[in-house]
Write a protein that binds this ligand. Structure first.
Ligand code: ZN
Length: 233
């Protein structure tokens, strides 16, 4: 911590902290419900919720990849690290993004020991969600994607991989779960993804509802679904 504003009490200059990529106030209704990714204060657009550093449409907060960062609501956003912070900084930096995002997906999905979990998307967040589901004791983790390199990585951490460009993922999940469907699912494609049905589209398709519908397709693939992620509209 290089500098501290007058309104900050807990954090002091010289402290080692880690910052999540998203920004939250700590006192709005959503923050009090621990839905800090849907913070109602940090997002200037009233029709949206949630904010982040250096992210399109997530408020005017620069510095997502910068060496120095101005942190609003410093007391709430800074995660103070302990005495081993400097020694283990390359470990603690993993708490900033991607790993906690993937882990949070499994938290919101309520992944419990023994669960059969399906994860859509094997990018960095999806892979970390697959790893997190394994850490939480899921008995079977299925990962849906269509990029062979990503699926190989998912397989290397013990997931059952499903290439949805070659097979019907709903049917494979049903086959893998004795027709019951997964206990829970994590949507980890992200809202900036392109729709493979529209490969020539100039802009990324923003269809979170459509992708969540994929998890629920036929009302059988997945039994428990709660929305999570950086947007709350
Ligand atoms: Zn808030």
């Amino acid at each position: 911590m290089a500098e501290v504003g007058a309104g900050v009490d807990k954090v002091q200059v010289g402290d080692w902290v880690v910052l999540p990529f998203n920004i939250s106030c700590g006192h709005c209704k959503n923050c009090e419900w621990q839905l800090t990714n849907y913070c109602l204060t940090a997002q200037p657009e009233p029709k949206m919720a949630g904010a982040a550093y250096g992210f399109a449409d997530m408020g005017a907060y620069g510095g997502g990849q910068a060496e120095l960062l101005r942190v609003p609501w410093g007391d709430f956003n800074c995660l103070l690290l302990g005495e081993d912070a400097e020694q283990r900084q390359t470990d603690y930096v993993m708490l900033a993004d991607i790993f906690p995002t993937g882990y949070h997906a499994t938290e919101m999905a309520g992944v419990q020991p023994g669960d059969q979990t399906v994860i859509y998307g094997a990018g960095p967040v999806g892979l970390m969600a697959a790893l997190s589901a394994t850490i939480r004791g899921a008995s079977k983790v299925m990962v849906v994607d269509r990029h062979p390199d990503r699926l190989r990585l998912a397989e290397s951490i013990g997931a059952i991989t499903i290439d949805d460009s070659k097979v019907d993922p709903v049917q494979v999940v049903l086959d893998e779960t004795m027709g019951l469907g997964a206990d829970n699912g994590c949507e980890c494609v992200g809202y900036q993804a392109h729709d493979p049905r529209r490969p020539g589209a100039a802009q990324p398709d923003d269809e979170p509802a459509g992708r969540l519908g994929t998890l629920h397709r036929e009302d059988r693939q997945c039994r428990r679904l709660r929305p999570a992620g950086p947007r709350g509209r």
